[in-house]
Design a binder for this molecule. Structure first.
Ligand code: ZN
Length: 308
């Protein structure tokens, strides 16, 4: 069964043909029915009344703002064009937009816990794209300024004309199994300070397959040798622009040797301990919640739904 994780499920038609048509984009930007999602320092505008929703604004709202950033075309839904817009340069965007207290700029992780899945997908696209524009203002080939084109799906260097495209960084995240135990760890830093254990993860290297990355990361961080690897599901993770590629793997060795530069602790946990942790009923073990693909990798194994 395919899982639609948080930050996936984006309903937009990304409309590649239209975004290559400057006249269509220009008309969409001026269309009164078009919708705009502001982000300020990568926090997203939300409307929090009975339920939390993304804070879409009209063209008339956005036209009053004095921002230099070009709106980024996200896609079309039910014939309506949708854009994200970076309003970080405004001192107090909420005040300038004259919005009441039901509106605020929210951290993407916090918002994603309460938004519908389809809206978390839109949030992931918006945050990753706006973040990419903020951090790619200059050409990585010659250093000259770049300008956005095709609705923000490319930046072109004004000097050497190199085209730069939005990037997605693949991360392998894997739950390694040994009989009726699974391998969980605490990375140095954030996880260690929360006391939480999770599936191990790492960026996929250049010139490396997913399976090779799984085996290398586990060998490096835990000293465990992995044999069979099976893909489970994937999750966009817009912090800033990763794709988490979730796998299960079968251990060939059990002895753990921790890389203390990366990991604070790595241990084998039995299935009963993990099941109670998934129910928040294990005082000895905390695992990530359903917002994270790690939760679903762990739950699939705990439920007996993994064959690797
Ligand atoms: Zn250049």
């Amino acid at each position: 069964m395919e899982i639609t994780h948080t930050f996936a499920g984006n309903p937009f038609d990304r409309s590649d043909a239209q975004r290559r048509d400057p006249a269509w984009l220009d008309a969409a930007l001026r269309d009164p029915s078009s919708r705009f999602l502001p982000l300020s320092h990568l926090n997203v505008l939300v409307h929090d009344a009975d339920e939390l929703r993304l804070g879409w604004l009209s063209r008339a709202d956005v036209a009053r703002l004095d921002v230099a950033a070009s709106p980024v075309f996200l896609g079309v839904l039910d014939g309506v064009a949708h854009f994200a817009i970076d309003v970080s340069e405004l001192g107090d965007a909420l005040h300038e937009l004259n919005l009441d207290e039901a509106w605020r700029f929210d951290d993407a992780r916090a918002a994603a816990m309460r938004l519908e899945t389809s809206e978390t997908g839109i949030l992931a696209q918006s945050r990753a794209q706006v973040g990419w524009h903020r951090s790619h203002r200059c050409c990585s080939a010659c250093g000259a300024p770049t300008t956005p084109a095709r609705g923000g799906h490319v930046r072109i260097c004004g000097a050497c004309k190199t085209e730069h495209f939005p990037r997605t960084d693949p991360v392998a995240i894997m739950l390694i199994l040994d009989g009726d135990r699974c391998l969980l760890g605490q990375s140095q830093g954030r996880l260690a300070s929360t006391g939480m254990y999770s599936a191990l993860a790492g960026f996929i290297d250049q010139g490396e397959s997913i399976e090779e990355a799984v085996r290398r990361e586990i060998r490096e961080e835990a000293g465990v040798i992995v044999g069979a690897v099976r893909y489970h599901s994937s999750q966009p993770w817009p912090f800033p622009s990763s794709l988490m590629i979730g796998c299960h793997g079968r251990a060939l060795t059990a002895k753990i040797s921790i890389d203390t530069a990366e990991m604070a602790d790595v241990r084998w946990f039995g299935r009963d301990a993990v099941r109670s942790a998934l129910r928040n009923a294990n005082p000895e073990l905390r695992v990530p919640g359903p917002i994270a693909i790690a939760h679903h990798l762990i739950k699939a194994w705990a439920d007996g739904d993994v064959d690797v």
